[in-house]
Ligand binder design. Structure first.
Ligand code: HEC
Ligand code: HEC
Length: 230
């Protein structure tokens, strides 16, 4: 750079600055990721809301299929309208009928997380017949798929290739069902070596029914370490 004539040398920092701005603003314009929105919805919103496509059944807040079904059917609401309502509600929730204890907390998620969740809810809330994508392998495999475990973990029988958390085919063989269950319902009890704490959602105990946890643990104990299709 020392050899450039003076005007270009002066421009260089400006060019660098523009490049930075482009990179940063690029993040804000990313297309919403519906699959990611589904995983975030089950952990951040599924504690309080039922939504058929997410497989959540909680009743603290309104059933989001019921909330949008009539309007969607009447043709007044499309995905983008619902997306906008969801974003507004999460940013600045309406208080619920004078009962602050049952109100929705503000800004549970923001930024790209909120975009992804809102796009996901906009796509599926109130859509007749919406259900979690069905997978083979029995009830435990379905629980694994419904809760987005494969987004973070590798498990060959589930065709899952996530790498945020440990490869379950490598770490689970040899573990007892009790150990596997503890890792799911209380992920910070023992942190897998080389992985960060507080990344695996801590509320599967609330969002997954006890019967489903049992199916999930049995499925993992039986199938981790097996090749896909085996
Ligand atoms: C702690 C419980 C709780 C959590 C977590 C929660 N909500 Fe809510 N939500 C409520 C309650 C209660 C209401 C009804 C009262 C209100 O509007 O505040 C509600 C209302 C809503 C509504 C309006 C529904 C209607 O009938 O118009 C939407 C949309 C919504 N929530 C979306 C979400 C999304 C998306 C998330 C996750 C980012 C979320 N909620 C997380 C409790 C919750
Ligand atoms: C957002 C990413 C994420 C999601 C979603 C997630 N996990 Fe994890 N998981 C992690 C991380 C990171 C660790 C390692 C840190 C720790 O031990 O908490 C982990 C650890 C584990 C372990 C312990 C592994 C060991 O080394 O013994 C098990 C078992 C597990 N997860 C199962 C699941 C199941 C089943 C689901 C779905 C219900 C799930 N995880 C969803 C990120 C995730």
């Amino acid at each position: 750079m020392q050899n450039f004539p003076k005007p270009i040398r002066l421009l260089a920092p400006l060019v660098a600055l523009i490049a930075t701005v482009v990179v940063v603003s690029g993040c804000g314009t990313t297309q919403p990721d519906i699959a990611r929105g589904r995983v975030l919805f089950t952990s951040k919103c599924g504690v309080c809301h039922a939504l058929a496509q997410a497989g959540t059944t909680a009743t603290i807040g309104p059933d989001l299929d019921d909330a949008f079904a009539a309007a969607r059917e009447a043709g007044g609401f499309d995905a983008a309208t619902i997306e906008g309502i969801v974003e507004a509600q999460v940013d600045d929730p309406r208080p619920s009928n004078g009962n602050p204890a049952a109100s929705m907390p503000a800004k549970i998620v923001e930024g790209q997380d909120l975009n992804d969740i809102a796009a996901y809810v906009g796509k599926y809330a109130g859509v007749p017949g919406a259900a979690p994508p069905e997978v083979e392998g029995g009830p435990g495999a379905q629980v694994f798929a419904n809760n987005g475990c494969g987004g973070c973990h590798t498990l060959a029988v589930a065709n899952a290739g996530g790498t945020t958390g440990p490869d379950l085919d490598e770490v689970l063989p040899g573990q007892s069902e009790a150990e596997i269950e503890e890792s799911i319902v209380d992920p910070n009890a023992k942190i897998a070596q080389g992985y960060p704490a507080n990344v695996m959602p801590e509320n599967f105990k609330e969002t997954i029914q006890p019967e489903e946890i049992k199916e999930l643990v049995e499925f993992l104990a039986e199938n981790a370490g097996k090749k896909s299709g085996g």
